[in-house]
Design a protein around this ligand. Structure first.
Ligand SMILES: Nc1ncnc2c1ncn2[C@@H]1O[C@H](COP(=O)(O)OP(=O)(O)OP(=O)(O)O)[C@@H](O)[C@H]1O
Ligand SMILES: [Mg+2]
Length: 274
C-alpha cells in the first residue's frame, strides 16, 4: 500500500510539472506576442514612409542628378523588400505562438468539438510506442476501424485521451503477459473501433489477452486494485476513467471478458449538439 501511494505521489508530481510547463509556455507565448506585434506594425508603417519618400523623390527628379536618383530608387526598393520579409516572418512567429496558446488554453473540464478518430488514433499509437520502447522485440497487430466522415463531437479531449491511453496500456500489458506464457504460437491482436449511431459515440478496445477472473471483474473499478507487480500499476486507471466517462461525459463504460480469451471494453458517450 505504501509503495502504491509512493508511485501515485510521483505520478501526481509529474502531472503537476507538465501542467505548470503548459502554463509557463502559455505565459511566455502571451508575453512575446506584444513585442512581435510592435515589430510587425512598425515594419508596415516604415513601408508606408518609404512610399512617401519615393513620391518626394519622384516630384523632385529634375533637381537631382540622374545617378543619385537611380541609387535612391534601388535603395528604397531593397528596403521595401526587407520590410516585407520582416512582416512575413513576424507573422509566422505570431502564428506559431497562437498555436502554443491554443494548445495550452484547452482548459480542464472544457467540452470542445473534437475529431474523435484523430484523438483515439494518436493515443493508441502513443501507448503502443511506449510499450515498444520497453520491449523492442515484442509485436502486436493493431487493427483500427474508424467510421468515415464522422463530424466533430463535443468531449473533454484530455479526458478521452486519458481513457484511451489507460485502456490501451492495459490491453498491451495483458497481451504481453499472455505472450510470455504461450510464446511464439500466440499472435497478440488489439482492435480499436470508433463509430457513432444517431446520438451516441461508440469506442471499443478489444484484446485477445488473458481475460479476467471473477475476482478481477468484481474489483476492476476499485481504487488501487491491481494485479500488476508492485511499481508497475497503481490500480487507479479503471477507477479514473469510469469517473471521466460516466460522471463527466454522462456516458457508460462496460466490458465483456472471457478468461484466457480476451477482453473488450465499450465506451459510449451521448453526443451533445455543439
Ligand atoms: N484488458 C484487460 N485484460 C485483463 N485484465 C485487465 C485489463 N484491463 C484491466 N485489467 C485488470 O484490472 C486491473 C486494474 O486495472 P487499472 O487500469 O485500474 O489498474 P492498473 O492497470 O493495474 O494500474 P494503473 O493505475 O497503472 O492503470 C489490472 O491490474 C488488471 O488486473
Ligand atoms: Mg491501467
Amino acid at each position: 500500500m505504501e509503495k502504491q501511494i509512493d508511485t501515485l505521489q510521483q505520478q501526481l508530481k509529474q502531472q503537476e510539472k507538465l501542467a505548470s510547463l503548459g502554463m509557463l509556455s502559455a505565459g511566455i507565448a502571451h508575453e512575446i506576442q506584444n513585442p512581435l506585434n510592435f515589430v510587425i506594425n512598425f515594419s508596415k508603417m516604415s513601408d508606408k514612409l518609404l512610399r512617401d519618400l519615393m513620391e518626394i523623390v519622384e516630384d523632385n527628379k529634375d533637381k537631382l542628378p540622374e545617378e543619385d536618383c537611380e541609387e535612391v530608387e534601388d535603395i528604397v526598393a531593397d528596403l521595401k523588400e526587407n520590410m516585407a520579409k520582416i512582416v512575413e516572418h513576424g507573422e509566422r512567429a505570431i502564428s506559431i505562438i497562437q498555436g502554443i496558446l491554443m494548445v495550452s488554453r484547452g482548459k480542464e473540464n472544457e467540452f470542445i468539438p473534437s475529431d474523435i478518430p484523430h484523438i483515439v488514433k494518436e493515443y493508441v499509437w502513443l501507448s503502443y510506442h511506449a510499450m515498444r520502447a520497453n520491449n523492442k522485440s515484442f509485436n502486436i497487430s493493431i487493427h483500427e476501424e474508424y467510421q468515415e466522415g464522422m463530424p466533430l463531437i463535443m468531449v473533454i479531449p484530455q479526458d478521452l485521451s486519458r481513457a484511451i491511453l489507460n485502456l490501451m496500456n492495459n490491453a498491451c500489458y495483458t497481451v504481453w503477459k499472455k505472450s510470455q506464457r504461450l510464446g511464439d504460437d500466440y499472435k497478440p491482436v488489439i482492435t480499436v473501433k470508433v463509430s457513432m449511431s444517431n446520438d451516441t459515440l461508440l469506442i471499443d478496445v478489444e484484446d485477445n489477452g488473458e481475460g479476467m477472473t471473477e475476482e478481477v471483474k468484481q474489483h476492476l473499478y476499485d481504487n488501487f486494485f491491481t494485479t500488476k507487480p508492485a511499481g508497475q500499476g497503481t490500480g487507479l486507471g479503471m477507477a479514473i476513467i469510469k469517473d471521466l466517462i460516466e460522471n463527466k461525459h454522462g456516458g457508460t463504460l462496460s466490458f465483456d471478458t472471457q478468461e484466457g480469451q480476451g477482453t473488450t471494453f465499450h465506451i459510449t458517450i451521448p453526443i451533445k449538439k455543439s
